[in-house]
Design a protein around this ligand. Structure first.
Ligand code: GLU
Length: 547
């Protein structure tokens, strides 16, 4: 068979040959060890948590090694609106603050190895498909859908492996004349890989999993569909070769077809990239584990975490903990460093057990939020509220000095308070500071003697001085307690309950309920200072009236 003649017959009209593209996209001039990675999502209008998990890995490997991180859009089988699909992906990546060096960006395509959108690369795929035909490694298949369905039925009945191989590979042996006749009759064709199984299990390795044991490819898989569009396998080989990708980070669902990918690289005589197959993100469901599901789990979509108001720093910390087994320890030892300082490594990547755990994420996020300065917290909280809670945003940011004072409570020092796990909790935490959202529940006041409550509310305004430090502030409450026959502290009260009506804690609880409208609140002394003496008095009067 004259394969070159077959290639010319199938692809008579190409503008360039492979050598042209090899020269157009030369080996990259990068320092030794620099990694070139890419995130290659399909624009489905959805960014899965697992996708960002891969992005983090791609980005860390590229940027820590002085390499390049690309975004390639794999839209060959997407029937959806491309622009919107890309926007969702870019929005998601941008919210993590990650820099895309090359590929599809907000400002359009960037870089010398494009186009980076597969639907714009048809001519390139056709050129390399032609080359594979000329090498005798691919051939046209004119089998109809009905014929293929009959083949599958027969294989099923005979309990044989499914696929186009051996005696089922009817078009494998077509002569040049037969192919010509089909083309002249206007028959459409798919291009199939000519598999050459050796009967052995080939050696592959994955940077994280080590030696991989998957059976060799023994079926003549489709490489190009009848509309001239490549399937993933072929596009992956061509794109990652021409873009000079060094490390392919992708989901473990691609492990099964790795033999085909490797066979494709080998057929062209190309250097294989290194592969990193990431673990699928799972979640605990009842007694078992299952994949995070787009349909059942809102948290499968990255956008969900931004809606909830998890700061990007918390999400990054959490994803890095899932990705690198030593990240958590490093973070504990270096609470104030940027994640970029962490020595991310392929060696420490885990290949199993990416178990998504909300309570862990919440702990991580509480730590992250508690370590922020008040200014950082304000910026992060406003970023969330501007998009996701506009009414609250208007209220909270109206007086930035007040907002900063609220966010300063319990911040700084050795043991900052960990009240907030996500900004969505902020309105409930701090709503009482604003007249518009102050919705007091005075019920707990009924557990105290009503006359005492009234006395406290009447007496306190004249005792309160916003200039008091914490100790003096509480000293005054103790004085009032003593005056009213309450013990100065719980210990004294517990020793001799008969002698007292209660203790100073009861007095501050009365004040807390009146001033914040609830039993749990941030530090009351700070709260009062932010509200101011006048508002404190007004709230005490309002509570006195309500009981
Ligand atoms: N478009 C493929 C996917 O979304 C990309 C896999 C890869 O990274 O090679 O699964």
């Amino acid at each position: 068979m004259d394969y070159q003649a077959l290639a010319d017959l199938l692809y008579p009209d190409l503008a360039h040959d492979c050598a042209y593209y090899e020269a157009l996209y030369p080996e990259r001039d990068l320092p030794e060890g620099a990694m070139v990675t890419r995130f290659a999502p399909s624009p489905t209008g959805y960014l899965h948590l697992g996708g960002v998990y891969q992005v983090m890995c791609d980005e860390r490997l590229a940027h820590r090694s002085g390499g390049v991180f690309m975004l390639r859009i794999e839209d060959t089988d997407s029937k959806r609106e491309l622009a919107d699909g890309v926007r969702v992906i870019l929005d998601g990546i941008e919210k993590f603050g990650i820099t895309i060096d090359e590929g599809v960006t907000r400002a359009g395509e960037k870089g010398a190895y494009g186009p980076y959108i597969q639907s714009e690369r048809r001519e390139i795929y056709r050129t390399f498909a032609k080359r594979l035909v000329a090498l005798g490694k691919a051939y046209p298949c004119f089998c109809s859908e009905e014929k293929l369905a009959a083949m599958r039925a027969e294989q099923e009945a005979n309990k044989e492996n499914p696929g186009y191989y051996g005696k089922y590979a009817a078009c494998r042996g077509l002569s040049l004349d037969e192919v010509r006749a089909h083309l002249e009759a206007g028959d459409s064709f798919v291009l199939r890989f000519r598999a050459e199984p050796t009967g052995t299990r080939p050696e592959f390795s994955d940077c994280v999993r080590g030696r991989i044991d998957v059976p060799e490819n023994d079926a003549d898989m489709v490489l190009m569909k009848s509309d001239g569009i490549p399937v993933y396998h072929f596009a992956h080989a061509v794109d990652d070769h021409l873009m000079r990708t060094t490390h392919v980070v992708r989901g473990e669902e691609w492990l099964a077809t790795l033999p085909l990918h490797v066979a494709l690289f080998d057929s062209f005589g190309w250097k294989r990239p290194r592969y990193i197959h990431t673990a699928t993100i799972m979640k605990q469901d009842g007694g078992g584990k299952r994949k995070l599901s787009k349909r059942k789990d809102p948290e499968a979509a990255v956008e969900y975490f931004f809606t909830e108001g998890y700061p990007k720093e918390a999400l990054i910390d959490y994803l890095l903990m899932l990705l690198n087994s030593n990240y958590e320890e490093w973070r504990d030892a270096n609470p104030s460093l940027s994640y970029e300082e962490f020595p991310y490594s392929v060696e420490k990547m885990s290949h199993s057990g990416a178990l998504f755990d909300f309570s862990k994420l919440n702990d991580v996020s509480k730590n992250v939020i508690s370590r922020m300065s008040a200014e950082e917290a304000f910026a992060s909280a406003s970023l969330w509220s501007r998009s996701y809670a506009p009414e609250w945003h208007a209220l909270f940011t109206k007086d930035p000095a007040k907002a900063l004072a609220i966010l300063s409570i319990g911040r700084g020092g050795e043991k900052p308070r960990k009240d907030l796990g996500a900004w969505k909790e902020l309105p409930a935490y701090a709503g009482f500071f604003f007249a518009e959202t102050f919705a007091p529940d005075y019920e707990p006041l009924r557990t105290f003697d009503a006359a005492d409550v009234r006395t406290v509310f009447a007496r306190y305004p004249s005792l309160y001085d916003p200039a008091d430090d914490q100790q003096t502030w509480f000293g005054r409450i103790k004085e009032l307690a003593a005056e009213m026959g309450y013990a100065p502290d719980t210990k004294t009260w517990k020793k001799n309950k008969e002698a007292y009506k209660g203790h100073a804690g009861d007095i501050s609880m009365m004040l807390r309920v009146a001033v914040t409208g609830r039993q749990n609140s941030p530090d009351l002394c700070e709260v009062m200072r932010i509200l101011g003496a006048e508002e404190v008095s007004a709230r005490l009067a309002r509570a006195a009236e309500a009981i």
